[in-house]
Design a protein around this ligand. Structure first.
Ligand SMILES: Nc1nc2c(ncn2[C@@H]2O[C@H](COP(=O)(O)OP(=O)(O)O)[C@@H](O)[C@H]2O)c(=O)[nH]1
Ligand SMILES: [Mg+2]
Length: 275
């Protein structure tokens, strides 16, 4: 595993303005005593595994791999003295999951309580990708949008105003062409800012102005917190129950909701994939 403990001086040629990305050390599978957990979520084929490999030095399968990534892969890196565990989740179009892959991603983002959720979005298909971004922002304000495949967008004469997007979403947006390493340094800077609390997000949220609905959500959320031992995101679950989401109803009835919190619930595949 030659990639282990590979140290990269990201700032070899730049001035102190990017001091926060001064030192990335790719730790591969050495995942112990981490300070922060970072989840990589996103639609399939947006470059999640490419980014995962860039940050950890591991070799997760990259490419069209539909139906094969049935569990999450984990790796680690250190940045400026803090250790980060990075979790590469299966691709998902929505948190309203219908497949096993999507359920794993959904449960981790919802109940695994990552310190930062990086949503990798395809800049050439922004509208479709924003669906998941907005869903993630409903449940956490500790998020970063990695606007990947910006090289493809440019090739197709598409430009994205990432500043306007960041302002509207209320979270950092980092343009990337991850396959050639562009934007990795900036992504690390954004992850560090959000993880350490230096960046305080003002995420785009839907407000429910109907008082009856608000009362119903809160009453149900309170009952869920009692039943499921301080369930994170109980409000989100309550909304899904009120909508009649069959997956969530089933997870509540079978008491499998929030199972991701139990150690070992999702054994990592990464051992077999690391080279
Ligand atoms: N042109 C271009 N291709 C990329 C970029 N990032 C990833 N890819 C390619 O997109 C495909 C899907 O990448 P992968 O990391 O497996 O996506 P995942 O399904 O989200 O994990 C692969 O063929 C990558 O080489 C990028 O920034 N630019
Ligand atoms: Mg992948």
């Amino acid at each position: 595993m030659s990639a282990h403990a590979e140290t990269l001086n990201q700032c070899g040629s730049c001035a102190s303005s990017c001091h926060h990305t001064a030192q990335l050390t790719k730790l591969g599978l050495k995942i112990r005593n981490w300070d922060y957990t970072v989840a990589l979520a996103g639609n399939p084929n947006t470059g999640k595994s490419t980014i995962f490999n860039q940050l950890t030095g591991l070799h997760q399968h990259v490419g069209n791999w539909a139906g094969k990534t049935v569990t999450r892969a984990e790796g680690a890196f250190t940045l400026n003295g803090k250790k980060y565990k990075l979790v590469d989740l299966p691709g998902t179009y929505s948190l309203l999951s219908t497949s096993v892959d999507e359920e794993i991603a959904r449960d981790f983002v919802l109940f695994g309580q990552p310190d930062v959720t990086v949503v990798v979005a395809d800049a050439t298909r922004l509208e479709r990708n924003l669906n998941l971004v907005l869903q993630v922002l409903e449940i956490t304000d500790r998020a970063v949008v990695a606007l990947n495949l910006i090289d493809e967008a440019e090739r197709n004469d598409l430009t994205v105003d990432e500043r306007a997007l960041a302002r509207d979403l209320g979270v950092p947006v980092v343009p990337m062409a991850a396959r050639r390493g562009a934007g990795v340094k900036e992504l690390l800077g954004a992850i560090e800012m959000v993880a350490s609390g230096q960046f305080s997000a003002r995420p785009h949220r839907i407000k429910y102005i109907d008082q009856k609905l608000e009362t119903a959500i809160e009453t149900l959320a309170e009952q869920l917190r009692g039943e499921f031992d301080d369930l994170p995101n109980a409000r989100w679950v309550a909304l899904r129950l009120l909508e009649g989401d069959e997956n969530i109803i089933n997870a509540v009835e079978t008491r499998t909701l929030g199972k991701v919190k139990e150690a070992g619930a999702f054994p990592s595949l990464v051992e077999s994939e690391a080279r």
